[in-house]
Structure formats: structure tokens, C-alpha cells
Write a protein that binds this ligand. Structure first.
Ligand SMILES: [Zn+2]
Ligand SMILES: [Zn+2]
Length: 706
């Protein structure tokens, strides 16, 4: 029921493009010229001042006791010294069943699943990778115990490991990788390990351990020189031999080199790590954008790179280098808290796996301590005021989510719309951006939807690199909540954001792409409120093409909402190629000239996502089942299929969520003669009208009765 007199015209909070980006200015790639200052040891893992502060803290006794307990165990049973370099850790598995092996002796290993014994060289070498890993962490645990207690026996335990590595490192092959290639044919290879990545990761605790203990009485000057020249410096040479440019492997090489440079007091090496191609400043300029998102576009890589960057920054800070003041560092740490759903999980776009913000908790705490910027404490607390107060040490109110309205991530090409508060807020991601290179999917103008405390409309991510569906399903357009034309994949391309805007109780945005298919313009407009998503998808193309709008949900099933006598669909095969063969159990509605049901419900337990489709002449709706986040997980799918008659179609879909009859039967959407849409949802009447392309026009007008 419409209360015309009650309709209030709302002022538009128009956010122009460029004004909605994150607030950090683009920085110059030119690094500030600052010289490292090598103060008294320790200076790699900690400093005398940091240690004094730790010793005076209430938690010191507990920290010390835990470290000493670990170190005593390592002295009682010293870790074995491996008889050569390691191989790839994933080779330490049974080829028959994938089970991780267990060691009978250093030369004999067996599968706990099938009992098969392995004595081959590759398996033995892979086991040595584990042994080297153990040495890396043991050296630092022992060194920490020495630092906290001053007892020389712990320093001697660290020294045993470092002298062993100095004695043996130069006897390892010059360079080889996990595929058995050598020298210049092994750019990713290493010496102590078969990846420079592992070598970099492993040398960080060793450089810290050396720095913590090398002034203990157990060390002679010759021994120090031996470790510095024959282990640390040779490892640095390994890490500098090939440069991986903007890649996250290089980020870890940089972290390893920084730790070595600080431990050796080598100003040239530190400067090189900061200023070389692929070095710290170059990566901060080229491996991420002002939106703070790592270029590979997945949170797993972002987290991996961030771990290395914080190592670099911490080592640098202890040398007086202001690396933490880089304007993009804040954006890099904060962006995951902006690019997530209200429950802290991430949309699984491109080659991602499902993941949550919890993986970034350490970096939020790091940032809160480094800058005292409360946004990081809020990101860590995620709505938990008690946790927030414990972190910042005074009464405070948790505010979550951090974002309201719209957030654009222009470098990744992702628009986030958010409406409502707390973990029940509604949130949509619209992927308009560049394809994403080898990790990209053909998903232009695809959306994902979080509402009512859970994700409904999903992107399956990558599933796994090792299954055929990685190519036959997850990358295809049909696996995404977007449009296909003639049942084919889109091209690898970029769209563009048209506008974003928000008003009281709603937020909106639109994007388009004219290069996903030849001679086809795709344009998608979204209006999100805490109660509904209005999706208006315009397609302009030559007549006689077939347009499919796909909707994939995490749900048990999808069913038409048509009272007591729902129509039976006709068996149908949705398509023959480009992902469609994975859409099974198809039932077509709207065949033989009858209009298909316009109301549908995705049902998941007691929760429902209702979809209302404004009918289009000649439309079919196909209900089928695709693949969810795991092979074998069924994700119900609806396809709105229209054969173009006059070169353009507007597909209007309304989604509402809630429990049972709160929304059942309530939601309506209809178009008026003037092109505006009347939406009835959650007890309110809305009117939405999109401007049609005129430059400078207010892009959307939204009004509702209240
Ligand atoms: Zn086995
Ligand atoms: Zn995808």
C-alpha cells in the first residue's frame, strides 16, 4: 500500500568518483634518503629498549617461563643436524594416497595410511627440509631463552646450529629447484632449500638468533666471522641472484635480506633491499594500489606478502628507517577490514579460497601499536567492545563494520555496497575491474551478496588448482552471478565504475562493460538497503542473441513461490560449453509461451533469500544446480534467459531476506510508465529511478515512505 502523501524526497548524498576512494594520497615511488643506524645489539628481533620494556611488563615472567621450557627441551634433545640440503616439503607425502609420511630413520620413511616404505633420494631430501625448518626455529627459541636469562648454555645451543650451517652451506649445490633444474635454469631455486622463498623465510629466525647471541661468551671472533661470511652472506648471495620483481616471493627475499643486512651491520645491503627493483619501495609502489590491495587480488597472497612486509618494516624501524611511515602501508593493513563482509569473511573472487579477517589479527594489533589509529583496534575487535577495551586500555565502544555506504577499490576494480549495522548488515560486492591476470575469472559485473548474517550469492573462488573444474567451471562466466551472451565466456577484460552514491538507509552504484562481448554493452545498477537488493541489469546487443543472467546461491534448494500448485518445469540442459555442463538438473519454466514464475526462494534451513523477477516478454527461467565452495557441494542456480528481440533488455531483480513469513509474499517490484521502479519490501514503499546516461545527471533518485 502506497502512502503517496508520506513520501519524503531524500537529498542525495552524491559521492563523485574519486571522492569515494580511500583517503591515502598516492605517494612518490622515490624513497626518502635515510641511512640505517646500526645501534647496539640486539637490533634485529628486538632492541635493548624494547627488552627493558618487556622485562618491566606484568607478562614477562610468563613469557620467559614458556620460552625457557621450550629451550630446555631443545637442550635435552638437540635437533638432529641434516645430512645435506632439503627438497620441497610437499614431496614428503605418499604418492598413492597423499598422506604425510613419518620418519623411521633419516633414511627410511613410511606412509601411516598404507604402510609403504620410502627410501628414495627425493623423499629423504624432503625430510631434510623438515629438519632444516626445525633448526631455523630452534635457533631462535634457544636465543630467546639466552636473551631472557643470560644463561650461556642457551647461546651455545644456538651457536651449535649456526656453526653447523656455516660449516656446510657452501658444500650444497650451487642452485637447484624442486623440478631438479640447476643454475640459471632454476630462478626460483635455492641452496639449503630448493626454493629461495624457503631460504629467505628460514634465514630470518637464524639472523635474529645470531644477533641475539653473538656477544655471548661462547662465541670467538673467528666463529662469528665464519657464520657471518660462510652462512649469512652466502645466503644473501642466493637471495640476490634472481629477482622476482613485484611478486610475493621477492617480498620474502627482501625480508630475509633485511634481517641479514641488520645482523651483519651492512648498510649497503640494507640500502639495496630498500631501493632496488622489486625492493621495498618499488614493491610498495607497484605491488599494490592506493586502495591497499595486493595486486594478485586474493587475500591469501595479501596476507602472505604482508607478513614479509611487516618483517622488513620492523627490522628497518630498529635501524632508524621510517619504513612504517610509507603512506600505503596503512592502506595495505587496513584494506582487508574494508574489503570483507560484515561477519569478517571475504568474498571469494578470482583464485581465492574462503578466508576471514582472523588471519589479519596480528597485523591489526601491530598497526594499532605502531600508529595508535583506532580503526585498527576496531578491525581487531570487530564489534566486541570488551576486546576493544582490552586492546586500547580504556573504555570504548566497538563500531563495526568499519565501512558504510560505498567503498571502491579502484585498482582491483571492486565496488562494495553496505547497508545496515553490525554483522546483520547487508553487503554486495560488484566486480567491474581488470581481469586479474592468470588468477582472474571471466566474471565482469558479477556480484556476491551477504545478507541476514550469511553469504547468499557466491563466487566459487578457485576450488583447487589441481582439479579439472578449475578450468571447466570456476573461471567461466557461467559460474558467476552475471550475464553471458549466447552461452559463451566473456573476454578477459575490464569494465568501469559509472557512479556510486548513498542516501539515508540506502546505497547504490553502477558499472558497465562494453568489451566482455563484441558489440555488447553490459550495464548493472544496484540499490542496497538493509532489507533488499534491487538489481537492474541492462544489456544492449544485436537482436537474436541469447542473454542469460545467472544467480548462484549457497542454499539447500531453489523453488518457485506459487501457492499450493507450483508448475512443473520441463527438463532442460542449460548449455553445452563454457561451464554450462556443470549446471545440472535443469528445469525450464516459461516454455510453450507460458510466463515463468516471477517469485522464487533460495531455501537454506530456516533462512530464505527471495527473488522477484520483473517479467520480460519471452523470458524463460531455468532452475538448476551448480557447484559451491567444494566439489560435490551443490549450489542452486537460477538463470533468467531472454532472446533479444529489439537490441536491448532490462532485467530487474529484487532480492529480500529474512526468516519465513517476515518477507514471504511481501516483496513486490514493478515498473511504471516513466521507467521508475516501485519496490515494496519490509513494510515500506520505495521508488527508484536511474538516469539514462545523460552526462552530469544525478545517476539515481531514490525515495521511500517512512
Ligand atoms: Zn600411502
Ligand atoms: Zn570467480
Amino acid at each position: 500500500m502506497a502512502h503517496r502523501e508520506g513520501i519524503a524526497r531524500l537529498a542525495l548524498g552524491l559521492t563523485l568518483l574519486g571522492g569515494c576512494h580511500l583517503g591515502w594520497a598516492a605517494e612518490s615511488a622515490r624513497p626518502p634518503v635515510v641511512e640505517p643506524v646500526f645501534g647496539p645489539r640486539p637490533r634485529v628481533a628486538t632492541t635493548p629498549a624494547e627488552l627493558a620494556s618487556l622485562r618491566s611488563s606484568q607478562s614477562f615472567e610468563a613469557v620467559q617461563a614458556a620460552v625457557v621450557r621450550q629451550a630446555d627441551a631443545l637442550l635435552a634433545a638437540p635437533p638432529p643436524l641434516p645430512d645435506g640440503p632439503g627438497n620441497w616439503i610437499f614431496y614428503y607425502a605418499c604418492p598413492a594416497d597423499g598422506a604425510r609420511l613419518r620418519a623411521v630413520t633419516a633414511a627410511k620413511h613410511e606412509c601411516p595410511a598404507c604402510g609403504k616404505a620410502y627410501t628414495d633420494r627425493r623423499t629423504v631430501e624432503a625430510y631434510r627440509c623438515l629438519q632444516h625448518n626445525t633448526l631455523d626455529s630452534a635457533a631462535l627459541q634457544l636465543a630467546s631463552a639466552y636473551t631472557y636469562t643470560g644463561e650461556e648454555r642457551y647461546a651455545a645451543g644456538t651457536q651449535r646450529i649456526l656453526l653447523f650451517l656455516a660449516d656446510t652451506y657452501d658444500s650444497y649445490p650451487g642452485r637447484r629447484d624442486r623440478w631438479g633444474r640447476h643454475g640459471i635454469l632454476a630462478p626460483l631455486g635455492g641452496r639449503r632449500y630448493v626454493q629461495s622463498l624457503d631460504e629467505a623465510y628460514g634465514v630470518i629466525p637464524l639472523a635474529k638468533a645470531y644477533d641475539l647471541t653473538c656477544e655471548a661468551a661462547v662465541w670467538t671472533a673467528d666463529q662469528r666471522r665464519h657464520v657471518e661470511e660462510d652462512f649469512l652472506r652466502l645466503t644473501a648471495r642466493t637471495l640476490l641472484r634472481f629477482n622476482q620483481d613485484i611478486n610475493n616471493h621477492q617480498t620474502w627475499y627482501n625480508a630475509g635480506l633485511m634481517a641479514i643486512g641488520s645482523a651483519l651491520g651492512d648498510a649497503d645491503l640494507v640500502r639495496q633491499v630498500l631501493t632496488m627493483r622489486g625492493g621495498y619501495y618499488d614493491q610498495m609502489a607497484r605491488s599494490l594500489g592506493d586502495d591497499g590491495l595486493w595486486y594478485e587480488g586474493t587475500m591469501a597472497y595479501q596476507r602472505y606478502a604482508l607478513g614479509a612486509i611487516l618483517e622488513i618494516v620492523d627490522v628497518g624501524r630498529r635501524l632508524g628507517l621510517p619504513l612504517h611511515e610509507h603512506p600505503r602501508l596503512k592502506a595495505l593493513i587496513l584494506s582487508p577490514a574494508l574489503a570483507c563482509y560484515p561477519d569478517g569473511s571475504f568474498p571469494v573472487i578470482n583464485d581465492s579460497d574462503p578466508a576471514t579477517l582472523a588471519g589479519f589479527d596480528e597485523s591489526f594489533e601491530w598497526a594499532w601499536k605502531a600508529w595508535g589509529d583506532e580503526r585498527f583496534a576496531q578491525a581487531r575487535a570487530r564489534g566486541d567492545s570488551a576486546r576493544l577495551e582490552a586492546l586500547i586500555g580504556r573504555p570504548a565502544t566497538a563500531t563495526w563494520p568499519l565501512t558504510r555506504g560505498t567503498v571502491d577499490f579502484p585498482d582491483l576494480g571492486l565496488l562494495k555496497l553496505e547497508a545496515g549495522q553490525g554483522s546483520q548488515a547487508a553487503c554486495v560486492f560488484l566486480d567491474y575491474g581488470p581481469h586479474g591476470g592468470g588468477h582472474g575469472h571471466f566474471d565482469k559485473l558479477g556480484i556476491t551478496l551477504f545478507a541476514g548474517g550469511r553469504e547468499w550469492l557466491l563466487d566459487p573462488g578457485r576450488l583447487s588448482y589441481s582439479v579439472p573444474e578449475y578450468k571447466t567451471w570456476v573461471k567461466t562466466t557461467a559460474a558467476h552471478n552475471t550475464v553471458t551472451v549466447n552461452g559463451r565466456d566473456q573476454a578477459a577484460t575490464a569494465g568501469r565504475l559509472l557512479w556510486t552514491t548513498a542516501g539515508e538507509g540506502w546505497t547504490a552504484g553502477a558499472a558497465e562493460c562494453d568489451s566482455a562481448y563484441p558489440e555488447v554493452l553490459l550495464r548493472r545498477h544496484l540499490v542496497l538497503t538493509p532489507d533488499f537488493l534491487l538489481d537492474v541489469f541492462d544489456v544492449r546487443a544485436e537482436p537474436a542473441r541469447t542473454v542469460d543472467l545467472l544467480v548462484h546461491a549457497q542454499a539447500d534448494r531453489v523453488e518457485p513461490q506459487l501457492g499450493t500448485d507450483p508448475p512443473e518445469g520441463e527438463d532442460c540442459v542449460p548449455g553445452e560449453r563454457d561451464g554450462y555442463p556443470h549446471l545440472t538438473g535443469g528445469k525450464a519454466f516459461g516454455t510453450r509461451g507460458a510466463a515463468p514464475p516471477s517469485r522464487w526462494a533460495f531455501v537454506a534451513g530456516a533462512s530464505r533469500l527471495e527473488a522477484v523477477f520483473v517479467p520480460v516478454a519471452g523470458e524463460q527461467v531455468i532452475a538448476c544446480v551448480g557447484i559451491g565452495y567444494r566439489l560435490g557441494e551443490r549450489a542452486p542456480c537460477l538463470i533468467r534467459r531472454v532472446r533479444l528481440r529489439d537490441g536491448a533488455v532490462r532485467l530487474i531483480s529484487l532480492y529480500t531476506w529474512g526468516m519465513g513469513d517476515v518477507v514471504t509474499g511481501a516483496a513486490q517490484v514493478a515498473t511504471a510508465a516513466d521507467g521508475s521502479m516501485a519496490v515494496s519490501a519490509a513494510g515500506r514503499q520505495w521508488r527508484v529511478r536511474f538516469a539514462d546516461g545523460a552526462a552530469g545527471a544525478v545517476p539515481v533518485s531514490v525515495s521511500y515512505d517512512r
